[in-house]
Design a protein around this ligand. Structure first.
Ligand SMILES: [Zn+2]
Ligand SMILES: [Zn+2]
Length: 137
């Protein structure tokens, strides 16, 4: 018997609410400068979710996209600034979910760090996960 997974999430102000009716893919910690700036943090925790399994249940009109580089659009709440999802033209069937916006628990843990050659010099990675200087091939 397969259990149909369901996750829920929201932005900081609660204006945007979403549901994922499916799996959350491999979780990664991204230390690239654009993720750091868009989140205001040492790294972003992101995972792919299928667009067909992701739906906004409230406030989709509050989602604004900013194109941060060629082929990458970052969607955030224009009321509170929470980053929610990113669109990557290299993987058009998926959103890259910003995991910190989830309200329901996730069983799996982050798998690895990417763009560690771009990490903030004040940031210290204190786990044994594999580190990739850029995006792994
Ligand atoms: Zn919001
Ligand atoms: Zn990044």
């Amino acid at each position: 018997m397969t259990v149909n997974k369901m996750y829920q999430g929201s932005c900081l102000c609660g204006g945007i609410r979403y549901e994922i009716h499916g799996e959350i893919g491999e979780i990664i910690q991204c230390h690239c400068q654009r993720c750091r700036k868009s989140n205001g943090t040492a790294f972003a925790t992101n995972a792919p979710v299928k667009k067909t399994e992701f739906k906004f249940v409230q406030g989709e009109h509050l989602l604004k996209f900013f194109s941060s580089s060629e082929g990458v659009e970052r969607g955030f709440c224009m009321q509170c600034g929470s980053p929610i999802i990113a669109n990557k033209s290299s993987a058009p069937e998926y959103y890259r979910l910003r995991l910190g916006t989830l309200d329901t628990p996730v069983e799996h843990k982050p798998r690895y760090h990417v763009f560690t050659s771009h990490k903030a010099e004040w940031d210290q990675i204190c786990d044994d996960l594999k580190q990739f200087p850029e995006w792994p091939e």
